[in-house]
Design a protein around this ligand. Structure first.
Ligand SMILES: *Cc1c(COP(=O)(O)O)cnc(C)c1O
Length: 498
């Protein structure tokens, strides 16, 4: 088997193996690491349908992370997908209404980010060993809510790593903040900043690219790395659950071997749906990749017109993890449909950073036939939660509801009755207020924990451990700093003196 080699979407001077791509996170030119080829699944779908989640994960990941040994990869998988998930199936499928919901929220922080962030720390520490990195790895993250907690939960108490998360002190939901500030683990550090998410993000970028700081860090035995969704180490584990979902349907005889299914993905940064695209390239019989957006419908417009244009108003919605105008992982798709052309990709990305927009060629567009894009407004999102709840009793969160609505639009528009899997990306208990407002009404005087009690009764489901465990948990991180003091805070946590 030929090794899969990774290079940047913006230039192929540097070619690295998977472990180095994971350690680096981002290409030296600011591009994203992409595989030079996508291998086909080795075993038949029938064979994979007899495997459990962990075995399926090995079958998929070994094909793309070719420089990890069998022992290394199995070690990572076994430690990631264990009893931290509240179900043995890891990613169960539930039929409700016209579709199957692939529940990706049974991990520690009840959002789909756990699927990749529970394994990334193991992939990264293994990569550090393989590449003779002696420094302790310091994960630096800016978060608007979800990624920070999932990264904290993943890296807490992982030997050889520390993690520092900056979040906007006045810009996250009460449950999101409580989740982060109660985080356990001696290697974790959570800091609020007096500023918004952009301030946190630019502060972190500045620390990343500060060469003087890198040298000070190195002398003290540390180096920075990134856990955000542009890391290939987050993308590869996400391919697994599409293969798993398909083979479960096969095992349950809902489909026959080779029968095509559709996949609907509520999309923000384009990571999750890109994983489904790679799954298709590996031979998974997927017909349509349905990309669902909220009112920040930049991707819908892109699929409609072939032009990506971020020059528009940023809308705050009830599906905040999809409030995004620059979908970074789309760059990988652009590179592939240009014929793995780094020069073309680079040209378009320069145009994006200079003018906020770019247009693809007709020949690139013709390769997007498998994609369908649409969006749901705030009203439609609410309506999707309410109508599914009233007709089936099944409760979905706001992000999943966007996908559910878009799927309804797709069916109406095309009449396509192909069996369809919707990626369900968060537990309704993570966005309790919006969910309660949709199915009934949310009492303004009740806090988010009280609303969780009411939702639990209404939906007849237990409140997830992720919520009950923080309700009365001790606050362990109460530091708040001004943006200009972020570097000082990092040094303090690492015990580096000036
Ligand atoms: C991050 C996130 C998304 C968007 O996923 P992308 O991979 O960024 O497209 C959707 N739903 C939830 C709940 C998320 O946390």
């Amino acid at each position: 088997m030929r090794d899969v080699i990774y290079s940047s979407t913006r230039g192929d001077a540097l070619k690295v193996k998977a472990s180095e791509a994971i350690l680096r996170g981002l290409g030296p030119d600011g591009g994203l690491f992409v595989p030079d080829h996508v291998p086909h699944l080795e075993h038949s779908l029938e064979d994979i349908s007899k495997m459990n989640y962990q075995q399926t994960a090995y079958e998929v990941m070994k094909l793309l992370l070719t420089d990890y040994t069998e022992d290394e990869l199995k070690y990572c998988i076994e430690h990631a997908y264990d009893s931290k998930f509240d179900t043995k199936e890891i990613a169960p499928l539930t039929k409700a209404g016209d579709a199957y919901y692939l529940e990706l929220y049974h991990g520690k922080t009840i959002a789909f980010k756990d699927m990749a962030l529970s394994i990334l720390p193991y992939l990264m520490t293994t990569a550090a060993k393989k590449n003779n990195v002696k420094n302790e790895i310091v994960i630096l993250t800016a978060t608007s809510g979800d990624t920070g907690k999932a990264a904290l939960a993943g890296f807490a108490d992982v030997e050889g790593t520390r993690i520092i998360v900056f979040y906007p002190k006045h810009g996250v939901s009460p449950i999101q903040e409580k989740q982060m500030v109660t985080q356990k683990g001696d290697n974790t550090c959570v800091i609020g900043i007096e500023g918004n998410f952009d301030d946190a993000q630019s502060g972190v970028k500045k620390l990343f690219t500060d060469e003087k700081l890198a040298e000070i860090m190195n002398n003290a035995g540390f180096q920075f790395s990134s856990a955000n969704s542009i890391n290939i180490g987050r993308l590869v584990p996400q391919i697994v659950y599409y293969v798993y979902a398909y083979t479960r349907l096969l095992a349950q005889k809902k489909i026959t071997d080779g029968q095509k299914i559709n996949v609907v993905v509520p999309t923000g940064n384009f990571g999750n749906i890109l994983a489904a695209y790679y799954a298709k390239q590996m031979g998974l019989p997927i017909a349509k990749l349905i990309c669902a957006s909220n009112s920040n419908k930049v991707l819908y417009d892109f699929f409609e017109s072939g032009s990506y244009d971020r020059n528009r108003e940023f809308v705050l919605t009830s599906s905040p993890s999809m409030d995004i105008l620059i979908s970074s992982n789309l760059e990988r798709l652009i590179y592939h449909i240009a014929g793995n052309d780094a020069k073309k990709d680079s040209e378009l990305m320069t145009s994006l950073s200079q003018d906020g927009k770019y247009s693809i060629t007709d020949s690139m567009r013709s390769q997007l036939v498998d994609f369908y894009g649409n969006y749901a407004t705030e009203e439609e999102t609410k309506d999707a939660i309410k109508s599914l709840y009233e007709s089936t009793g099944y409760v979905i969160d706001t992000h999943t509801a966007v996908a559910s609505k878009v799927y309804e639009k797709y069916r109406k528009e095309t009449g396509d009755e192909t069996l369809t899997v919707i990626a369900s990306t968060a537990s309704p208990f993570k966005f309790t207020r919006s969910v309660m407002e949709a199915i009934d009404k949310a009492d303004d005087n009740a806090d988010d924990f009280e609303l969780a009690d009411i939702l639990s009764q209404k939906a007849n489901i237990m409140i997830p451990e992720a919520v009950t465990s923080i309700r009365n948990a001790e606050v362990r991180h109460d530091k708040v700093v001004e943006t200009q003091d972020m570097e000082k805070a990092v040094k303090e946590f690492l015990g580096i003196c000036d």
